[in-house]
Design a protein around this ligand. Structure first.
Ligand SMILES: [Zn+2]
Length: 151
């Protein structure tokens, strides 16, 4: 056997993806912390998203079904506006949600307003409010989370 075996499905499709500054920072951070290539992070995120979409297509909206759909995690690390320390928060603990029917089931928006959060590092008080949206069920759609100092 000589040379490389021919790949059955070689990576010859190319996409150009535009990122804004914040998205680029997220990609660099995820790459540095995990030691993974940026392109692998895109591919792996795609597989994760694909599987969630597929589950939504195949799992019936039937309460007797043996599976319960997993919802999107509302856990986030929120940076303190005073000292920058990361504060773990799970907005599922206190939020309002509403849903709209779309092509593939529900789009759910979780809205929260935590007025008095205490930083676990400097002890100062701040407010965290905004929303996280999932569509299809279990998959990230978009979010907007604002952090404001109270003092
Ligand atoms: Zn702090």
């Amino acid at each position: 056997m000589r040379g490389r075996p021919k790949l059955e499905d070689s990576r010859d499709k190319q996409y150009r993806v535009r990122l804004n500054g914040e998205e680029d920072k997220m990609l660099s951070y995820a790459s540095e912390v995990t030691g993974k290539q940026k392109s692998d992070i895109f591919r792996q995120a795609l597989v994760d998203y694909y599987n969630k979409v597929k589950i939504n297509e195949y799992v019936p909206e039937d309460e007797d079904y043996e599976w319960e759909m997993d919802h999107l995690s509302l856990k986030r690390i929120i940076e303190c506006p005073y000292c920058g320390a990361g504060n773990p928060m799970d907005f599922a603990d206190e939020c309002d949600s509403w849903s709209e029917e779309r092509q593939m089931g529900s789009e759910i928006t979780y809205n929260f307003d935590w007025e008095e959060c205490e930083c676990n590092s400097c002890g100062k008080n701040f407010r965290v409010h905004g929303y996280i949206c999932e569509y299809p069920v279990g998959a990230y759609n978009y979010e907007d989370i604002k952090v404001e100092p109270n003092e």
